[in-house]
Design a protein around this ligand. Sequence first.
Ligand code: SAM
Length: 210
Amino acid sequence: MRMRNKPWALDFLSEHKSFIDIDESHQLDITSRFKKQQPIHLEIGTGMGRFITTLAKRHPEINFVGVELDKNIMIRVVEKAIEMELDNLQLVLLDANHLRDYFNADEVSHIYLNFSDPWPKNRHEKRRLTHKNFLKQYKEILKVDGMLQFKTDNRGLFEFSLEHLNNFGMKFHEINLNVHEMESPENIRTEYEDKFSSRGNLIYQLKASF
Ligand code: SAM
């Protein structure tokens, strides 16, 4: 996702520190940022945040954390969180390569990856968010019965993910090759999902545990 650089982005984000951590000051302490102590669900690569803000509104009994590395994009998520008055959502400006330093072991119940960047070139394989280097981190921060949920329109990335999760010994709970056929009311269409499905692309989803 490309978004024009906003020189004021960090100033804006730092004015809203009740919603967002911009300098990892709550590393290993994100749980204490929530009013209620309840399960934590994490989305990695929120983009503009429609998915996580909608989910947080629907599920006040869950605490949500959204991780995104681009400060310009994160502005849009913060704006939504303010408008929707969400007190069960915290945002973190972070590269997912550092997840394990940020979250405690067994702290998270569910991880969502939505339309992650496909990085189609082989030499960029390690940047894919379902590469085994990321899976190792997810395994550590997820609770024993925690779930990884991944949705994409990218057939190549979906096949790569099925193969790599399987090689990692993960257990599949759902493999859906057409999410929009008999779409569940639980499905929240992300900004990218709308864009790609309007072009006629199929939407794939899997759910798996370690
Ligand atoms: N999930 C959104 C959606 O479905 O509309 C956005 C999808 S967009 C293709 C991927 C997003 O993941 C971008 O906003 C990008 O900045 C973010 N991202 C990519 N790699 C990341 C990483 N290593 N850590 C955190 N965010 C990342």
